[in-house]
Design a protein around this ligand. Structure first.
Ligand code: FEO
Length: 391
């Protein structure tokens, strides 16, 4: 790796992590990720915006050497999570004159998480600026993208927004700039789905705040840089809106084929009705696909066989995750097969208290579906089709 130039005296010096498969031990990363760090040379001061995961600090230091950095005055911490902040202590060790510039909340996190001493910080407030000489940085508090302390840094003269996780995509690519809009928006959607979706209201406020400045480039701390910021801003506006797609998700598990028969029957009905339907066989599905589809699906039907006197744990996990993500789903239902009873429907329903959706009567079938059961499934399908048609 080597430094890569965004604009005159503005460089990306972070690390690409081609091999990382999972984040937070939760989020699958099918395309790796990057930890972008940005180096800005003003006529008087040098600033480093965010660092890298500490496992990749050698790459950061090699790139700083390549950039012939002799001093760093300011390390800007937009976010305290360790994939961006974790190398700050190593940077402070190598550049002892550097100060960490961040907001009060982030300072508190960094002191707790990384044991950085208080005297190392310069605390800034919303809208404050610092001068690098002929370049100036302005700070905007953009909380809950995705922690309460997150902020964005704006390089006034070059009109670049350094947004950290906000607008980012988990994507390892040798391209510094976005060159394939569709792919990067898919990856950004996956990232939004997995960590930002619960905070739609706060994201709306952050977008409003940032709409007041002229942004010519967005440089996030994961994935490529956006030279056309409107593509990602428009995508975010769509994701946080109240609009849903006529799209039916069916996350399901089937142990011996009965629940699968139920799901297949419903899928055929929705296909006939020309409504998009996505069955997700949970043990075989990347859970990130479920989160992405939850961003804008109108309907979720959980397909759960009973096991151990309750709903299958894989569906319980999917329901728990969906609830934590607070999607804008409008309609929810449950189907499944049981052998001798249980409380699976109540279990799943109780896990979905954060999802403000209409609950459509479930259909539980003893064993494999029979003629009468298909009539009940038809009634459920008719209701879901009607509700989607009226959206
Ligand atoms: Fe990329 Fe919230 O860290």
């Amino acid at each position: 790796m080597a430094k890569r130039m965004l604009k005159e005296r503005v460089f990306e010096v972070g690390a690409i992590d081609w091999d990382r498969l999972i984040f937070d031990e939760l989020i699958p990363l099918p395309n790796g990720t990057s930890y972008n760090s940005y180096l800005i040379f003003g006529s008087e001061k040098v600033a480093l915006i965010d660092t890298v995961d500490p496992l990749k600090r050698d790459v950061l230091f090699a790139n700083l050497k390549d950039a012939e950095v002799e001093k760093i005055d300011y390390v800007i911490a937009n976010h305290a999570e360790q994939d961006h902040s974790g190398s700050i202590p190593f940077v402070l060790e190598k550049f002892p004159e550097a100060k960490v510039v961040t907001n009060e909340k982030c300072k508190s996190f960094l002191m707790d998480l990384l044991l950085i001493p208080e005297e190392k910080f310069i605390v800034i407030g919303d809208g404050e600026e610092i001068s690098l000489g002929d370049k100036h940085l302005k700070f905007f508090l953009t909380p809950w993208v995705h922690w309460p302390e997150t902020m964005s840094t704006y390089l006034i003269e070059d009109k670049i927004l350094f947004s950290c996780d906000f607008f980012g995509s988990h994507r390892a690519t040798s391209h510094l700039f976005v060159h394939d809009n569709y792919k990067v928006i898919e990856e950004a959607k996956r990232y939004y789905a997995e960590i930002m979706m619960p905070f739609r209201a706060q994201i709306r406020k952050n977008l409003e705040k940032l709409s007041k400045i002229e942004i010519q480039m967005i440089a996030p701390s994961h994935g490529p840089v956006y030279p056309e910021p409107e593509i990602i801003i428009d995508a975010y506006k769509n994701w946080i809106s109240d609009r849903v797609e006529k799209k039916i998700l069916i996350p399901y598990v089937s142990m011996h084929g009965s629940t699968e028969s139920i799901v297949n029957y419903l899928v055929d009905r929705f296909v006939e009705a020309k409504i998009e339907v996505i069955p997700l066989n949970l043990p075989k599905t990347d859970i990130g696909v479920l989160t992405m589809e939850l961003v804008d699906a109108s309907t979720v039907i959980f397909g759960a066989p009973y096991v151990l006197a309750g709903a299958h744990p894989a569906v319980v996990y999917a329901a728990y995750l969906a609830n934590a993500l607070r999607p804008k789903t409008k309609f929810i239902s449950i189907v499944g097969s049981y052998g001798w009873g249980g409380k699976g429907v109540d279990q799943i329903k109780s896990l979905l208290s954060n999802v403000k959706a209409e609950f459509v009567d479930p259909v539980l079938i003893k064993g494999h579906p029979k003629e009468n059961d298909f009539e009940m499934l038809d009634m459920l399908a008719d209701k879901i089709i009607e509700k989607n048609s009226n959206l």
